[in-house]
Design a protein around this ligand. Sequence first.
Ligand code: 4NP
Length: 159
Amino acid sequence: MPYKLLFVCLGNICRSPSAENIMNHLVESARKSDNRIICDSAGTSSYHIGSPPDRRMSAAFSNKFGTELQGHARQFKRSDFQDFSLILAMDRDNYQDIISLDPTGQYHHKVRLMCDFCTRHSIKEVPDPYYGGTEGFNQVIDLLVDACEGLLKHISNDE
Ligand code: 4NP
């Protein structure tokens, strides 16, 4: 069975598509691209359904990785709780919005804050870069690289 990761933010055009693309990049570099780790992303809101990633986010990503961000925004849905092994919320609002769709708490154990997996940064949330400047987008990439590296180690230890 593959291990399926779902990264979740508000709009699914900045933070969570970056996390998805960075994780895919790390998995490929670690030569683990044998379909055992599958990544997807979603937004808690419906604001940007169908949109490609934000250009500013894609620019920050391509500065670091040399490729464009892939994907189109979709909204988080209840069936994601069953379909994914682990659901990574970018901030506490995202976390609460996800948890509120699981009133009985049966999938609570699958939902984690992304920054729980950081080892080099002590910040607890991935800040929303949408209304800020370029530096905010670069900070998102740095934080997500840290968290994705920790997450990959966590998954590899579990397997
Ligand atoms: P994201 O960033 O949640 O990282 O995709 C945002 C994208 C859009 C909005 C807010 C945050 N918005 O308000 O439209």
